[in-house]
Design a protein around this ligand. Structure first.
Ligand code: S3P
Length: 453
């Protein structure tokens, strides 16, 4: 595989602290990098197809580059043609070769969990590993359904954690599974494994989660049926052993990355920015809904469909916010946006109540605790009650730090944004992990006028 070289293994390098200083009047027009979820899936489905997949706008963050390396180690041809332009020559469902070394997914839960599903339907053994953050995260949520389909777990660290070694099978059993947690990664792992099963694999989720796997499987030629399940859920049915054919993929901009300049513009006085080409998949834009309920001035311009996903340009202006209650059922549509919403809530008039955040505890860090501790380090009143976070609000934020980021890119970016709108600035202990999802974050924010040292 030819790709940009990666910085040293994370977690072992020297931390890079930073401080965000009070700023004013952010302005400009930016396009954030490609969507992380779509980027992982484009590479994986490209590797599982016959023929060529051309990807444009691929996110060249560390998480996705690790998935690209894993696809190459499993026998696909993965080539970087230019900035964001990639070519994958796949080996077809069941065509992976046994990798010579452990597959290292760095910081990425999506990469490792989706690839466990993709590897499951091949008669090979593979070892999956990651950095210190990923080694702490739960893998049983994927291992259990894969075991029911016939995958053998050869070894693992305590509690089914990484590093772990799986033995796949060419002939998996089709399976019907109701996911016990609202997780697109679990759903996707089961569907990717289901590609190698004769018959129909069915996944039921009580709360609909991001549907990029379903959409892209259809795009690559699989037969996928999606039906409602209960008031908020879906049933996804995949016909096994499809003939997947390589297909072009245009990756839209990542709404979870756009969230940072978006909230920065709302909070920093005098700001007026445009974020172009942002993906508007309804299962990804719970933050926009919530911020608009809070009174944010967000105009959605030039709505269109590109590469099978809704996209739009977003104009965002500085706005006064009021606290709201965010219902638990909205969590899957904004699961990665709670750290930055908690930051916005600190500037709102009145409390913001965020319900049903249990899944935040198993992200790149225990994000509920990391957010609460970061708010405390900046003097922001809040409480955690069970799985709910309540930020008192009040408008004036003194700032402080250093905020501990716990190898978590979104904690790092969220608290830098907080610093821009604070009285005295906010320091964080490490910016290293921002490169996992948003390698251009620092220059892009500075280009908008943000003061970050
Ligand atoms: C993702 C799913 C979500 C999200 C993650 C990306 C995906 O995780 O937090 O950043 O691409 O499927 P869960 O499935 O664990 O909720």
């Amino acid at each position: 595989m030819s790709s940009p070289s990666l910085p040293g293994a994370h977690g072992t390098g020297t931390p890079h602290p930073a401080k965000a200083l009070p700023s004013s009047g952010l302005s400009g027009r930016v396009r954030v990098p490609g969507d992380k979820s779509v980027s992982h899936r484009a590479l994986i489905l490209g590797a599982l197809s016959h023929g060529e997949t051309r990807i444009s706008g691929l996110l060249e963050g560390e998480d996705v580059l690790n998935t690209a390396k894993a696809c190459a180690a499993l026998g696909a041809t993965v080539e970087r043609l230019g900035e964001g332009e990639w070519r994958v020559e796949g080996v077809g469902v069941g065509g992976f070769r046994e990798p010579e070394a452990a597959l290292d997914f760095g910081n990425s839960g999506t990469g490792v969990r989706l690839m466990m599903g993709a590897v499951a339907g091949n008669p090979i053994a593979a070892t999956f590993d990651g950095d210190a953050s990923l080694r702490k995260r739960p893998m049983r949520r994927v291992l259990d359904p894969l075991a029911a389909m016939g995958v053998a777990q050869l070894s693992s660290a305590e509690g089914g954690r990484l590093p772990l070694r799986l033995q796949g099978l060419a002939d998996l059993s089709a399976f019907t599974y109701e996911t016990p947690v609202p997780s697109a990664q679990v759903k996707s792992a089961v569907l990717l494994a289901g590609l190698a099963a004769a018959g129909e694999t069915v996944v039921r989720e009580r709360e609909a989660t991001r549907d990029h796997t379903e959409r892209m499987l259809t795009h690559f030629g699989a037969d996928v049926r999606v039906e409602p399940f209960g008031p908020h859920g879906r049933t996804i049915t995949l016909k096994g052993r499809p003939n997947l054919t390589g297909a072009p993929v245009v990756v839209p901009s990542d709404p979870s990355s756009a969230a940072f300049p978006l909230v920065a513009a709302i909070l920093v006085p005098g700001s007026d920015i445009v974020i172009t080409d942002m993906m508007m998949n309804p299962l990804r834009i719970g933050l926009v809904t919530t911020l608009r309920e809070m009174g944010a001035d967000i105009a959605i311009l030039a709505e269109r469909t590109e590469g099978g996903e809704a996209v739009a340009d977003i104009r965002v202006r500085h706005s006064a916010l009021k606290g709201v209650e965010v219902p638990a059922e909205r969590a899957p549509a904004m699961i990665d946006e709670y750290p930055i919403l908690a930051v916005a809530a600190a500037f709102a008039e009145g409390p913001t109540v965020m319900r049903g955040l249990a899944e935040l505890r198993v992200k790149e860090s225990d994000r509920l605790t990391a957010v609460a501790d970061g708010l405390a380090a900046c003097g922001i009143a809040h409480t955690v009650e069970g799985d709910d976070l309540i930020v008192a609000g009040g408008g004036v934020v003194q700032g402080g730090g250093p905020v501990a980021t716990h190898m978590d890119h979104r904690i790092a970016m969220a608290f830098l944004i907080l610093g821009l709108a604070s009285r005295e600035g906010v320091s964080i202990d490490d910016t290293t992990f921002i490169a996992t999802s948003f390698p251009t974050f620092m220059p892009m924010m500075r280009g908008l006028g943000a003061r970050i040292d």
